[in-house]
Design a protein around this ligand. Sequence first.
Ligand SMILES: *Cc1c(COP(=O)(O)O)cnc(C)c1O
Length: 365
Amino acid sequence: MLKRIDLTRDFARHRQEYLAAITAVCEETAFSGGKYADRFDEEFRAYLGAEAATGVNNGTSALQLAMLALGVGPGDEVIVPANTYIATAWGVTYTGATPVFADCTPDTWEIDAESVQKRITPRTKGILGVHLYGQPFDFAAVSAVAERWGLFVAEDCAQSAGAEFEGRKTGTLGEIGCFSFYPGKNLYAFGEGGAVTSNNPAYIDRINVYKNQGCRVRYYHETVGYNMRLEGMQGAVLSVSLHYLDGWNERRAQIGRRYDAQITNPLFLKQMHPANTKPVYHLYEVQVPDPEHFLAYMEQNGIECNRHYPVPCHLQEAYASLGYRKGDCPNAEQLAEHCATLPLFPEMTDDEAALVIEKCNAYRG
Ligand SMILES: *Cc1c(COP(=O)(O)O)cnc(C)c1O
């Protein structure tokens, strides 16, 4: 069975390096924050070309801390895409503010600046865009709307480590970028991890206080804080994987572009990749008439697929009290009803990619 993603191959290939990194952390007992977490902060900052970066315990925390640093709180609204992983919206909700769900475009499947424009109210504080599936959203269009209304733009980069919009890395475009290093993301830790990045060091300074129990000096708490530090072990592992990220992204893009060109079955709708972006193919999503039927067919052919995401945020039970109805975000709803994720990970072989293409093209619905 070809898995949708198989992390065992990466570990097998770089086993010695990963184990050496973990051993160093143990020998120095640099477990919580500390040398290896700090080293990764600096390496990741330099990789992105950002002014500042700080590691945190997961991507959901990164989003929450970013919203806090941007001054989001009760009574505020932040516009997020309806088609994203739910944690994008949690980041807003945890501060006491309300996420307002915008639709995506019918071709890029990324947040639609026109829909954002329609969601703006006097309470709107900012826009939290998502570079979903590793495809950068139209930052120029979204930031034009933001500028007109005096709003911030923050980025959820959980799926887009290394992706670029007009030659600039995601996570350096808006006020703050939020990353997840959950296993399976393009850049991943051996457990939970995340980071917040910005070209404004004042935001990262504030987040460093929040993530560290509200203190700069130990036992002197200047604000109510959280325990959201990155573990040293994860920092050490991430330093190893960051070294491989560009190579992994290149290999992902190679396979992704091959799917783009060679999956020609007219039953499939594919995501559009605008020429001014460099996507990193975190997830290769297609739309098919009946995804459950397609998943069963692929499984019979020895290929595991899954779905991202079957229910859009505005129709999740958790947000029923916000009062959205079917039809409020039609493009996101269509995507949710029809999406299916094909296998794609850097260690996939050319033969495996060819098999996926062959079975997709042979599918008759
Ligand atoms: C994975 C993900 C998150 C959450 O990150 P965690 O590290 O799992 O907390 C947030 N937003 C998006 C778009 C994601 O894909």
